[in-house]
Design a protein around this ligand. Sequence first.
Ligand code: PAF
Length: 540
Amino acid sequence: MLRTHLPLGGGFFDGYRVHLLSTRAQLAAWRGEQPERPLHFVPTMGALHQGHRSLLERAGRPRAAGTTPRVLLSIFVNPLQFGPGEDFSRYPRDLEADGALARAAGVAALFAPQQEEIYPGGEAALTRVIPPSSLTAVLCGRSRPGHFEAVATVVCRLLALVKPDRLLLGEKDWQQLVILRRVIADLGLPTSVEACGTVREHDGLACSSRHRYLSASERLQAGALPEALDAAEALYRAGTVEAEALRGIVRQRLNASGLALEAVDLVQPHSLAAKDRANRFSLLAVAAHCGSCRLIDHRFLMSRLPIVAIDGPAGAGKSTVTRAFARRLGLLYLDTGAMYRAVTWWVRQQGADPADPAAVAPLLDGLDLRLLGGAGVEQQVLLNGHDVTAAIRSPEVTALVSTVAAHACVRQALTAQQRAMGERGGLVAEGRDIGTAVFPDAECKVFLTATVAERARRRAFDLEQRGFPVPPHEELEASIAERDRLDSSRQEAPLLQAEDATELITDGLTIAEVIEALDGLFRQRVPEDAWRPQAATDEG
Ligand code: PAF
């Protein structure tokens, strides 16, 4: 129960600034006040800490559209998600301190309902949300049956009341995040999900409301949990990938520290399926007990830096957004289209027939093709010592590049070079077959497209800007449609959306909005806990 002396009617918390909303009616009235501003929502059970604060501050950041969102925080200790014998009755409740933190974090309103506001018909008659058991019955779900169903139920209920544009959740509760993302996607709920990396205390212990249960000596002891994960990560970096060995070192370290291990698992981060070996991308997840406090933590184990594969038809704006997105992430920009253009330029230069593979193949021998420029730097294309950066963008090269790029010899030569460039990861690559042929194991695959009409409009604008003659619109549309046909029907590596790619249609979106959308897709696949851009790591 909330403390009774707090105002139960709507009002301002702590005198001013944070609206305190206690009922659904107050929430609805507040919500309707500024419908033009995006509403970002952070659901919590209160007893706020620095992890919550970082979520709340993130929630308030202006996004692509430039408008500053309104942030709504909810505090509701959901009885459904506590099992028999769990800590529902003693779960820390401190609305005054929470209100102060909320205010400092720029929260616009705090929704702190009583139970009957959330479950008006009572618990027994409640409609419940049951996510797939492959996600709920594993990891923490083994020792907390019904917990994730209850979390999904209350979050859906809150989303129905709040109707936020965006829901912000912490990666600390990774399983909860995976489940809620799945529920929101499966039910088609109109809210996007943004996740925030785990915030840690001075000794690496992940912030948690339940740390209030720890005595001073237990708090010291709890630091052994992140240390055990550090040890497992070091073992992995030294080449050990067997699940048993990685779990073994965590077990051993926790035993030595006196923490009681509940479980340690190696799983695939998105499906949560158990793994025998930590190849490519894995999650090592631990639950342990320190006194009466249950602690959870995890490490993502990645064998290389992330790769983003952005495929799509010509003229969809891939180059502009991929370059900008690579800069935002601080990753290398690999413009494979520029490589095919460079070869096309060379074929023309040498006077060879671009349609004849037998004439093109010898020109590839010993070809010295380089893309210069590091992360965030404009790319320069050098071919056999010539700077062809500008020349490869001419309409003559544009007209021939599909023909040249369709030859098996060209694709094989350039695919091999691209794979070598991506061996250690750390790049954002764009092209036609990146997600299917070049980097089929890319963490994030996007098929960026736009209607033919929209692409013709953009092409006309681009030609005009660069001082080239602009053909009639119908002619541009026809040539774009023909290029799509050629790219999609060629034998070698046709333009194809990878099965695991997400289609992003850019009609009507600004560049900033496309980049924002790419960032959301990237973060669904590569959590901040697994990888953050260098600058962000330094800040954190
Ligand atoms: O993570 C939490 O605090 C809770 O599980 C949530 C999402 C607020 C649902 O009660």
